[in-house]
Design a protein around this ligand. Structure first.
Ligand code: FUB
Length: 491
């Protein structure tokens, strides 16, 4: 039997668990009275640090591409890019890392801020990374048939390289695509329809104070433009949103009547906030709302080099200007609900404490490294008239563990308890089921892992089955222990 090593938990995971235990003391006492727990949903991801958000809307989901600040990073220790997706802006599925510095044979380090755009049924990921031959930053492009990858280097060499960073790509209504990037300058070049080559030479956008505001105190950089451009068009107006001033940065924007200008400075979107000296914008419309993505240092251990991505909903002013948007810990409201009667990936998470994710031998990813009391919150689960049972795909190399199903909070009402046997290995999968009672309406669901010491349960996916409870504890069909000892049924 292959035993999974029991690595030391990351500082981030321990820190989040510590923060969660503090939170329990202050938040969960009221939660015991009020079943709907008011709970932070920013940062979007808690089990790894994330940075440099780039959202993409495709086929009813928002895909979020980020960098990954390694634990204990003290100077942009970033080896890979990550992908997340959501159908409701609060429950985010972890798709892992389909692109890394190692994906580019010509690159040596630094998985910095990129963006993915879709065209002709393919997805193109433009990233800045260090070119080994020159030691300077260059822009690479990777391609995939799926928004979640796998992505492969489209060229085998940089698309363009001049030592500057932070590519953003915009495709105009006439089909012309533009690649913009830069720090300290702001460059653009016209991309060809193949999205992996360009016409003409890179050109500088004039950084005038009328176009990009006035910076004081740095004669080399007279305007506010610093880095991280994000270009898009709305209602005939072109927007460029960017990190301004340094350091600490804030987020500003300019508008223009065309994709190359002339630009007019429009002011601040997000003031300097949030314990990170950088910030980075990404804006999309999704299901009728507008969303602003950014990063800060809000997680335990967070800083300018251990950042995490958040999202806020906003509305444009009637004249097309963008209001001031502040960072919050509550984040964007949920769009719709989550259907518990179809397969849900265990790594679809609104909030968690203590868990990590890893590649699953059955494809995709699984939740793992769970210890006693660790939990996953899934927000706004539409139980309706209520389920009769819960089914999960699990693996474990230890016995006597269970997944508790709780409502409203990690210590909330128990509506089911599914025992998890020793399956013979952490990637040896079996399906377990248990009865459920008392889960009706729309509720926040907590999957809480309980058992002895050490790692307990890996979970790949789960779903509920609708209907009145049928297999009660103590009746034929499996012992209460096998089914996890379901404690009680609600009236
Ligand atoms: O994450 C590395 C760099 O920090 C990005 O490329 C910049 O936008 C800043 O966020």
């Amino acid at each position: 039997m292959r035993r999974r090593p029991q690595p030391t938990r990351t500082r981030l995971t321990r820190a989040v668990a510590w923060a969660a235990s503090l939170l329990l003391a202050f938040v969960l006492a009221p939660a015991a009275v009020y079943p709907t727990e008011a709970r932070a949903d920013n940062p979007i991801v808690q089990h790894v640090y994330t940075a440099d958000p780039a959202p993409l809307v495709h086929d009813g989901r928002v895909y979020l591409y980020t960098g990954h600040d390694e634990d204990n990073s003290t100077n942009y220790t970033m080896k890979e890019w990550r992908v997340w997706s959501s159908a409701d802006m609060v429950n985010w599925t972890d798709h892992g890392s389909p692109l890394s510095v190692a994906s580019f044979s010509w690159a040596s380090a630094n998985a910095w801020a990129g963006q993915v755009v879709g065209r002709n049924g393919k997805f193109y990921w433009y990233v800045p990374t260090t070119e080994r031959a020159t030691g300077r930053m260059a822009i690479g492009v990777a391609v995939s048939d799926s928004p979640t990858g796998p992505f492969r280097d489209a060229l085998g060499h940089p698309l363009v390289g001049n030592g500057e960073i932070d590519p953003t790509v915009f495709i105009d209504d006439d089909g012309q695509a533009y690649l913009y990037w830069g720090n300290p300058n702001l460059w653009y070049v016209r991309l060809n329809a193949d999205m992996i080559s360009y016409s003409g030479s890179p050109a500088k956008i004039p950084l005038t104070t009328a176009g990009f505001g006035t910076r004081t105190g740095d004669p080399n950089r007279p305007t506010l433009f610093e880095e991280g451009p994000w270009v898009y068009k709305r209602g005939g107006l072109y927007y460029i949103v960017y990190a301004a001033k340094c350091c600490s940065e804030f987020i500003a924007y300019s508008t223009a009547p065309g994709p190359t200008g002339p630009w007019t400075y429009r002011g601040t979107i997000m003031p300097t906030q949030g314990s990170s000296f950088t910030n980075h914008p990404g804006i999309v419309d999704f299901k009728g709302n507008s969303y602003f993505f950014y990063h800060n240092g809000a997680l335990p251990g967070g800083s300018g080099y251990t950042r995490s991505v958040g999202v806020e909903k906003f509305s444009y002013n009637p004249d097309g200007t963008i209001p001031t948007i502040n960072m919050t810990s509550t984040g964007a409201p949920q769009v719709g609900t989550l259907d518990p009667y179809i397969r849900q990936e265990a790594e679809t998470i609104a909030w968690e404490s203590g868990i990590e994710t890893e590649p699953s031998s059955e494809g995709g990813r699984n939740v793992g490294y769970t210890e006693n009391g660790d939990y996953i919150k899934v927000k706004g689960v539409a139980f309706g008239a209520g389920p009769s049972s819960f089914t999960a795909r699990v693996a474990s190399a230890t016995g006597g563990s269970a997944i508790e199903l709780r409502l409203g909070g990690p210590n909330g009402t128990v509506v089911g308890r599914c025992g998890v046997p020793n399956t013979g290995g952490w990637q040896t999968w079996t399906t377990v089921s248990c009865p459920v009672g008392g889960a009706t309406g729309t509720q926040d669901l907590y999957l809480r892992f309980v058992g002895g010491s050490g790692y307990l349960v890996n979970a790949d996916w789960w779903r509920f089955t609708a209907g009145a409870p049928t297999a009660l504890p103590g009746r034929p069909g499996g012992s209460p222990r096998e089914r996890g000892g379901f404690p009680r049924l609600a009236p």
